[in-house]
Design a protein around this ligand. Structure first.
Ligand code: AMP
Ligand code: GLY
Length: 421
């Protein structure tokens, strides 16, 4: 069969790499993909905002299944659009994608179903929000309502930081802002809990912990993710049951009341406080770099999972995993998450030496005249599996030393909570 993957990040390269091992797949198209997917699939440069063009390509090339990696096309309703033309798509509907597209949409479901989450207020203008800060306790969290690639969240330690966040959000840093979310700061440890859904049932798809801040020690600006490890050290049976019963099931009920169900990956971002889960956010897709971290552990053919989700037959599948630890370090272009240079060559890639439990997934890369160039902020993902996190990270560092890319940087402390005691 022929498969199409939408997206150009490390997540999509990891999905592509996992699928390419399947005997059932003859051909993979990546829209638009990156230098990594170009080696194993056919990259198609197409304007993803133009759903009609995409639909025509899919129909003309008789692609049997489309997998949508990133949130933007999901929030914009690509699943609903393609399904109108009887195209099989793995991903949630436009309404369900509001779980990520609007933090306020999610907070309203939390309120209605008593889902544990940070206390919050919604404000429609700068003055209301600023007045609220005057009587608030710090730290406090201020969030843009729109999609912001993980960057629209400010943890503010005092009123002046809070006022700056309010100004930036209402001045349109993350797109037109009708309102703003101000939240209680939850003091605990984060964990990401992944599930895969077929519209009727869902199954667990592992846990992970990512590192969102740009600097070591979890300091500095928020990014899309600087690295991750899986599993989280926090997960246990009792916690898993609480997450499912107190958070995910009521959310699915909320969606069904809105006339939709959930198909695709669901990423539940949690703060765990004394073995109690609090919802921080939903993402309606796999995480990036969590996907790169988790997929190398999968033993079941990924295409069977996608197909069973599209056919409401997930109950017929048993998802099997390696019990190894997995760690991922993201290499970024200097300057990220602020301005960074584009079109810089990454040499030395041929010096990288990957063992059979090591993976290199590309993100913002482009191949030109047989050379690889960095064209995005997050550029490469090094992943290793091992019996323990420490060895996994050592294997990654050994390759990063070989790469020795002067125009980029990476965090040397990924996984510190499970490694450096
Ligand atoms: P979000 O985009 O909502 O996941 O937020 C990005 C990051 O900000 C999260 O991964 C947390 O590290 C942090 N964060 C968000 N909301 C809160 C909160 N209420 N309390 C503490 N940290 C938070
Ligand atoms: N790593 C965070 C995310 O994918 O949103």
């Amino acid at each position: 069969m022929k498969v199409g993957i939408i997206g150009s990040g490390g997540r999509e390269h990891a999905i592509c790499k996992s699928l390419i091992n399947s005997k059932k797949i003859d051909r993979i198209f990546c829209f638009p993909g990156n230098a990594g997917t170009e080696n194993i699939a056919k990259n198609i440069e197409i304007n993803l905002e133009n759903f009609e063009l995409l639909k025509n390509f899919i129909l003309n090339n008789e692609i049997d299944l489309i997998i949508i990696g990133p949130e933007k096309p999901l929030v914009e309703g690509l699943v609903d659009y393609l399904e109108k033309y009887k195209i099989k798509v793995f991903g949630p509907s436009k309404i369900a994608a509001q779980l990520e597209g609007s933090k306020i949409f999610t907070k309203k479901i939390c309120e209605k179903f008593n889902i544990p989450t940070a206390k919050f207020g919604i404000f429609e203008n700068k003055n209301e929000a600023k007045n609220f800060l005057v009587k608030s306790k710090f730290p406090i969290v201020i969030k843009a309502d729109n999609l912001a690639s993980g960057k629209g969240v400010y943890i503010c330690n005092n009123t002046s930081e809070g006022n700056l966040a309010i100004e930036e959000i209402f001045n349109g840093k993350f797109g037109k802002a009708k309102n703003i979310l101000v939240e209680e700061f939850l003091d605990g440890e984060e964990m990401s809990f992944f599930t895969v859904h077929d519209g009727k049932i869902f199954k667990s798809f592992q846990t992970a912990q990512d590192h969102k801040r740009v600097l070591e020690g979890d300091k500095g600006k928020n990014t899309g993710g600087m690295g991750a490890y899986s599993p989280s050290r926090l997960i246990n049976k009792d916690l898993e049951e609480k997450i499912i019963n107190k958070i995910i099931n009521p959310t699915l009920k909320g969606l069904s009341e809105l006339g939709t169900n959930y198909k695709g990956f669901l990423y539940t971002g949690l703060m765990i406080v004394k073995n109690e889960p609090y919802l921080i956010e939903y993402n309606v897709r796999m995480g990036d770099p969590e996907c790169q971290t988790i997929l190398p552990k999968i033993k079941t053919d990924l295409i069977d999972i996608f197909l069973s989700c599209c056919e409401e037959k997930l109950n017929e599948i048993n998802i099997e995993w390696s019990d190894k630890k997995s760690l991922c370090v993201v290499v970024c272009s200097n300057g990220y998450p602020e301005a960074f240079k584009k079109n810089i060559e990454i040499y030395n890639l041929n010096k990288v030496n990957l063992g059979n439990e090591d993976y290199l997934f590309h993100a913002g890369t482009l191949k030109k005249n047989n050379k690889i160039y960095a064209v995005g902020g997050r550029v490469l993902n090094f992943v290793s599996l091992s019996k323990n996190f420490k060895t996994a990270r050592e294997k990654i560092f050994s390759n990063l030393n070989k790469l020795n890319w002067k125009d980029g940087f990476y965090r040397k402390d990924i996984g510190y909570k499970v490694i450096d005691k």
